[in-house]
Design a protein around this ligand. Structure first.
Ligand code: SF4
Length: 240
């Protein structure tokens, strides 16, 4: 099956899987609030410990014990993220849903299955990229994470990105884009444009859950993925 056929295969899959639950999951924080992330590392013992961590496995162990915000109380556990610890391409979503919370893995529900198919269509295996979320514990009722929760959890992801050291980041959805790019970022108007996060190229696109809800987003996501893959191959070749 060629890429075009795969694309249409994805689209037919999307059409079959619209979900109101995923719609709730995609509810986004308001666009006009102040910056989502304030650095809170000063005088925090957690960060004294974190500064000496040099391996992803060690960081994972520390994060799994995290109870720094109330999200942990309602969650089965911390969903750290998964994939190649040396991945060149990293996908960042919003937060774990019910399936992810139960299994302790990111993107394993319907949106996750769709992400897998998008990756396959782009010629990638899930195992060769890294997948994580802005917050690592499931917000109750699949609501969008609140600003304070994002502020508390985001430094854990920042450290994770630093340890994985990917060439490219892909923001899946508005929460990730507002956190990594700027708080008034509009995923609808500004997706598909290259941005930068701490020296890494970053592409914002729609969350797979948004495609499940609205099939008209399938084409722009595919266009964004083509841009990502072009740049990924280019950078990958330079690095080898
Ligand atoms: S959401 Fe993040 S900060 Fe809050 S308890 Fe879970 S891992 Fe810790």
């Amino acid at each position: 099956m060629n890429l075009l056929e795969e694309q249409f295969d994805i689209l037919s899959y999307v059409n079959q899987h619209k979900s109101t639950d995923e719609h709730r999951k995609e509810q986004i924080v308001k666009e006009d609030h102040e910056p989502l992330v304030q650095q809170q590392k000063v005088a925090d013992p957690f960060w004294s410990q974190a500064s000496s961590v040099v391996s992803l496995e060690e960081w994972k162990k520390i994060c799994r014990e995290c109870r720094r915000c109330s999200l942990r109380e309602g969650a089965c556990g911390v969903v750290f993220g998964e994939g190649d610890p040396r991945a060149r391409l990293m996908f960042i979503g919003e937060g774990p849903g019910g399936d992810e919370d139960k299994l302790g893995r990111p993107f394993v529900g319907r949106a996750g299955h769709l992400l897998n198919r998008i990756l396959e269509a782009a010629g990638l295996q899930r195992e060769e990229v890294y997948i994580a979320n802005i917050v690592k514990c499931r917000p109750p009722g699949n609501r969008a994470p609140q600003r304070e929760e994002i502020e508390t959890c985001f430094p854990l992801l920042e450290k994770q990105i630093e340890l994985i050291n990917p060439l490219l980041l892909v923001c899946l959805g508005a929460v990730a884009a507002k956190t990594l790019i700027r708080s008034n970022f509009s995923i609808t108007r500004e997706r598909g444009t290259w941005n930068e996060f701490k020296g890494r190229l970053l592409m914002p696109t729609f969350h797979p859950a948004a495609l499940l809800r609205d099939p008209s987003k399938k084409k722009p996501v595919w266009e964004d993925m083509l841009k990502v893959m072009d740049r990924y191959r280019e950078l990958d070749e330079k690095e080898r």
